[in-house]
Design a protein around this ligand. Structure first.
Ligand code: SF4
Length: 393
C-alpha cells in the first residue's frame, strides 16, 4: 500500500467535519461492507478526524481561493491527486485489513468541478461494482457541480453534501473571491434536494465555518432554518474557524468552541425539540448567549409559559422545559396515563434529571424549586420569575 499520497490527502481532509451518520441504504447484490441492520457508527477525534471511515481528498489541488482553506490555490503546499483505480484499491486494502468501515470522499476543485467530480464518481463506481462494496459512502459535492453528476452521486452514495461555509452571499464574498454563492452553492443544493426525492435512501448535509466572516449566529441559524424547511437538509454541521498558516486569515484568532457548541444545541432544538427559528434569543450583536444554553435562555425569557403542570402538559410544552429531552417527555406522557405524578422523586426514579427541570414544572399545582435564573441586566431586559409557589419537600 502506497501511503505517501494518503498522508497528504488524508491530512488535508481533516478540516471537513460533516461526515457523521448512520444509514440503512442497501446496494443491490453487494456482498461485503454492509453493517446493516444496525447501521454504521462514526466517531470523531476532537480535531475533527473520523476514526471509522477513510476520510480523504481525491486531490488537494484547487482552483478556488477560500481564505481559510489549507488547499486554496495560492498556498504553497505539496499537491497530489489520486487516480480513481488507485484510490479504490487503497480503500479496499484498508477495508480488508479492518482499518475502516466506510468512505468519506471530498476534493479540491482540480481544473474544474466537472472533471474532478467525474473522477470521484469513477472511484465510487469501481468500489461499488468491481469490488461490490455495499457499505457507507459519503461523497462531497463540489461547488458548481451540475445536475447529471449529482444524480449519479445520489445513486452511488449514502450521503452527499455540499458545504455552504457561509450563511449568505455577502459573508461568502468575505471568504472567497472565486466562489459564487447562488450559482455554485445554492443552485446545486436545490438540485440535491430535488434529486434526493427520487433516492430516499440518500441524505444530504452541509457545513458552516463559524467565525471566519464576522457572521452572527442569527445569520447562521437563519440559513440553517431555511435549509431544513425548504431543502430537506438532514443535518447542518458547524466548524469553529481555526487559522491555518500561509492563508490570508492566518493571524485571525480562532473562533470559540463554545460558540460552535451553542450552534449545535440550537440545531438540536430545531430538529428534535420542535423549536422554531423565532424561539431563539439573540443578544444585541445577534449572537446566542455563551453563558446559558439556548433552551434555558428561551425558558427564562418566556416566563409566561412556565411553570408547566407535569400532569397536563402537551409533548410540545414538555419539550420546552430545560432538562427534559424527547425521550423523557415521552416517558412522562406514558407514565401519567397510569398514575398522577406528585413529586420530583417520581421523575428522578424514571431517570430524569431534575437539576434544571424542577424550576419550570409543577406537580399537581405545587412547585418544588422557586429559585430564579438571573440574566445580566446590561445585556438583556431582566424579567422576574415570580410565579412559583414554593413548597418544601
Ligand atoms: S473550494 Fe475552497 S474550501 Fe474547497 S478545497 Fe478549494 S479552496 Fe478549499
Amino acid at each position: 500500500m502506497d501511503t505517501r499520497k494518503l498522508t497528504i490527502l488524508g491530512e488535508a481532509a481533516k478540516y471537513d467535519i460533516c461526515s457523521s451518520t448512520a444509514s440503512t441504504k442497501q446496494f443491490g447484490k453487494a456482498s461485503i461492507g454492509n453493517t446493516l441492520p444496525s447501521g454504521i457508527c462514526h466517531s470523531f477525534t476532537p480535531d475533527g478526524r473520523c476514526v471509522s471511515m477513510l476520510k480523504v481528498l481525491m486531490s488537494n489541488e484547487c482552483e478556488k481561493d477560500c481564505n481559510y482553506c489549507p488547499n486554496r490555490v495560492q498556498r504553497d503546499v505539496l499537491r497530489t491527486t489520486f487516480a480513481p483505480e488507485e484510490l479504490a484499491r487503497l480503500f479496499m486494502d484498508m477495508y480488508e485489513r479492518n482499518y475502516i468501515e466506510g468512505l468519506f470522499l471530498s476534493s479540491g476543485v482540480r481544473h474544474n468541478a466537472a472533471s474532478t467530480i467525474e473522477n470521484m464518481l469513477k472511484t465510487l463506481e469501481i468500489i461499488r461494482f468491481r469490488y461490490r462494496f455495499g457499505g457507507y459512502i459519503h461523497l462531497k459535492i463540489l461547488p458548481g457541480t451540475e445536475e447529471q453528476f449529482i444524480e449519479r452521486a445520489a445513486e452511488l452514495s449514502n450521503r452527499i453534501s455540499i458545504n455552504l461555509e457561509a450563511p449568505n452571499r455577502d459573508r461568502l464574498s468575505i471568504l472567497s473571491r472565486t466562489k459564487d454563492f447562488d450559482k455554485e452553492l445554492v443552485q446545486p443544493l436545490r438540485s440535491i434536494s430535488k434529486i434526493l426525492k427520487r433516492h430516499p435512501g440518500t441524505t444530504h448535509s452541509t457545513q458552516f465555518i463559524v467565525g471566519a466572516a464576522q457572521e452572527s449566529d442569527k445569520e447562521i441559524l437563519t440559513a440553517v432554518n431555511r435549509l431544513y424547511s425548504g431543502f430537506d437538509l438532514k443535518r447542518a454541521y458547524f466548524s469553529a474557524f481555526y487559522p491555518v498558516a500561509g492563508t490570508p486569515l492566518q493571524h485571525m484568532p480562532p473562533a470559540s468552541q463554545l460558540r460552535e457548541h451553542r450552534l449545535y444545541q440550537s440545531d438540536f432544538l430545531m430538529r428534535f425539540y420542535q423549536f422554531r427559528f423565532q424561539d431563539f434569543i439573540f443578544d444585541e450583536s445577534s449572537n446566542l448567549d455563551l453563558s446559558l444554553d439556548p433552551k434555558l435562555m428561551y425558558a427564562i425569557k418566556n416566563p409566561q409559559l412556565f411553570p408547566v403542570e407535569i400532569n397536563r402538559a402537551t409533548l410540545d410544552q414538555l419539550l420546552r422545559v430545560p432538562g427534559i429531552g424527547p425521550k423523557s417527555a415521552r416517558k412522562i406522557l406514558q407514565v401519567r396515563r397510569q398514575y398522577k405524578l406528585r413529586s420530583p422523586m417520581e421523575l428522578k426514579n424514571m431517570g430524569i434529571s431534575l437539576k434544571r427541570a424542577q424550576k419550570f414544572i409543577t406537580f399537581d399545582g405545587k412547585c418544588f424549586d422557586s429559585s430564579r435564573w438571573l440574566l445580566d441586566p446590561n445585556r438583556y431586559q431582566y424579567e422576574q420569575l415570580s410565579f412559583f409557589k414554593e413548597v418544601s419537600l
